[in-house]
Every structure is written in structure tokens, then in C-alpha cells.
Design a protein around this ligand. Structure first.
Ligand code: SIN
Length: 311
């Protein structure tokens, strides 16, 4: 029986350090080691755990190479018969992107559980220790599988979760469908089936950032004219990189006429286009340019990166 939970530290506010215990914003993310984060949770003593520091980043600076290393490492841990589940500590800011990436490239028969915090480890009332404990509880619960995110007592699917607040402790939600489970004093109450993952293959993600395609995020808004589309095409041509354009449309994914015309023209010339919505919840409905469904715009960008990489 696999019995070990393996924790992979990547940085974030959960590993943040501030000069004062009342400072929730003027801190350095990715400063406290994963060993110290684990040691700060007395309830984890005696739990069969191993941990390593894969990165120590403020997740606003997450990069393609770190994504590739993380995905490959988690796949290797999943292959290890001693490992029951994997926990990943991560910054909140790009967590929905990293979690979606892993959901698409892995197909875990075990739990892969992201967690994070809104307050640094040095805060008077830090949320990280409880989130870490809850994540380990989920990773140790028999039968759980798929890429998940545990935060504030809720368990979210990696492909539905979004950061919905810039400061409050309850910063994550799954706007379409709600969480898949709740963690209540260490016990799991399941509300929906676990996600399966798509298994595209972690080893197919290039370790070298320059080998990834250029995928840019555009927004529909009053007065946009699509002028950046040919400029981006020219840039990608000069770089010799494949180009993808994700557009966060208004409402159900609508686009101003000049922007839509520019994107259609780009598509005809071989640029991959994907349409998301700038709304906080709800899917793209209707329209002709390809739809990202209910993915957030940053997740749609991950999707288009993968589509171009896996072609
Ligand atoms: C980060 O995303 O690394 C910083 C912000 C946070 O974790 O809340």
C-alpha cells in the first residue's frame, strides 16, 4: 500500500516572509523553505511525508521551464509505488494556470493537490498552515484522484478553479459548478466526481522556454481596433515561433467588429485563435471563432499553448 505524501514546494505567499506580522502585502513571496512550512504544522508530525523545493518563486514570475520541470517531477512521483499522493505549494496568482496545465498533461490515478495562501507565513493569522494540513489530508484520503486545489476548506477541480479576489482570504472559487469536496476537520465530504485528467504527457513539455510557442492574451473592450494582431504576427514571424492568440471577449465571448476581423484574418494565415470571456463566470456561447468553453482567459492561454505544443 502506498503511504507517503510527497510535498513539492514552488514558492508563493504561503512561503512569504514580511518584516511585521500585520503586513499582508509588503512581503517577499517564496522566501520560506518547504521544510519550515512543514515544520510549522505540528499536526503533520508523524505523518509519513517527504518534501522537496522544486522552485522558490513569486508565481507572477512562473515560467515555461519551471512548468515543464514540475510536470515531469509530479509524473515521476505518481509513478513511484511508495507515493500515495502529491501536494504542491504554489503562489495564488498563477495557480489556476499551473493546475490546469497539470490537469491536461497528467492522468493521475492518485491525488495531485495544489495549495497556497493569501497571507505570508509570518502573518499573525496565516492561512497557509491550515491549507497545507487540509491538502495533506486530501492527498492521504483513499480513492481521491486527479489534479485538485485545496483552499479555505474547499476542494476545487484544476480546470474550474479561479482566483476571484485580490486580497481576501477566501480568494478562490469554482464559479461554474462549485467545489468537488469540502474538508471538514480533516475529513473529506465529496460533492462531485473527481476529475480524470487528460494525460497529454508531461515529457512533451519543452524544458527550454524558447521552444514554447508565443501565445498572447488580448481583450475585447470599448474602442479596440485589433491593430496589435498584425504586429504580433510580425513579431512571431521574426522570432520563428508559432503564434496563438487568446481573446477574452465581452459577455458570452463577443468581439468588436475590427478585432474579430483582424483575428479572422490571422486565423486564415495560420494563427491559432481561441476565444474566452472576460466575465468572472460562465462559458463562451455561440460565435464562430473557436471557443475555450468555461476556462478563464489565463487557462485558455494554457490550453492554446498545449494545443500548439502537442500538434
Ligand atoms: C504568488 O502568487 O506567488 C504571490 C501571491 C500569493 O501567493 O498570494
Amino acid at each position: 500500500m502506498p503511504s507517503q505524501v510527497f510535498i513539492v514546494g514552488t514558492g508563493g505567499t504561503i512561503a512569504g516572509s514580511a518584516a511585521s506580522s500585520t503586513d499582508h502585502v509588503g512581503y517577499r513571496a517564496g522566501a520560506v523553505g518547504i521544510d519550515q512550512l512543514v515544520a510549522a504544522v505540528p499536526a503533520l508530525q508523524g505523518v509519513p511525508l517527504a518534501f522537496e523545493q522544486l522552485a522558490q518563486l513569486d508565481s507572477k514570475d512562473m515560467d515555461f521551464g519551471t512548468w515543464a520541470r514540475l510536470a515531469r517531477r509530479v509524473q515521476a512521483l505518481l509513478n513511484d509505488p511508495a507515493v500515495q499522493g502529491v501536494v504542491i505549494t504554489h503562489g495564488t496568482d498563477t495557480l489556476e494556470e499551473t493546475a490546469y496545465l497539470l490537469h491536461r498533461v497528467l492522468k493521475p490515478a492518485k491525488p495531485v493537490v495544489f495549495t497556497a495562501a493569501m497571507r505570508p507565513a509570518t502573518a499573525l493569522s496565516a492561512d497557509g498552515p491550515q491549507n497545507l494540513l487540509d491538502a495533506v489530508s486530501v492527498a492521504r484520503t483513499p480513492g481521491v484522484q486527479g489534479v485538485l486545489m485545496v483552499f479555505g476548506g474547499a476542494v476545487h477541480r484544476a480546470d474550474r478553479v479561479r482566483k476571484v479576489h485580490s486580497y481576501q482570504v477566501q480568494a478562490f472559487a469554482s464559479p461554474d459548478g462549485g467545489p468537488v469536496a469540502l474538508v471538514e476537520s480533516g475529513s473529506l465530504r465529496q460533492l462531485a466526481p473527481w476529475p480524470a485528467g487528460d494525460g497529454l504527457g508531461a515529457e512533451r513539455l519543452p524544458l527550454e522556454g524558447a521552444a514554447w510557442p508565443r501565445v498572447e492574451l488580448l481583450w475585447n473592450a470599448a474602442g479596440v481596433d485589433g491593430a496589435q494582431v498584425p504586429l504580433l504576427m510580425e513579431l512571431a514571424r521574426r522570432e520563428g515561433r508559432r503564434l496563438g492568440l487568446v481573446v477574452a471577449g465581452t459577455g458570452n465571448g463577443t468581439l468588436a467588429n475590427p478585432l474579430e476581423a483582424a483575428l479572422r484574418e490571422a486565423q486564415e494565415q495560420g494563427v491559432a485563435v481561441l476565444r474566452s470571456t472576460r466575465c468572472a463566470a460562465g462559458p463562451v456561447i455561440g460565435g464562430e471563432l473557436p471557443s475555450a468553453g468555461a476556462l478563464s482567459a489565463p487557462q485558455a492561454r494554457v490550453e492554446l499553448l498545449l494545443q500548439l505544443l502537442m500538434k
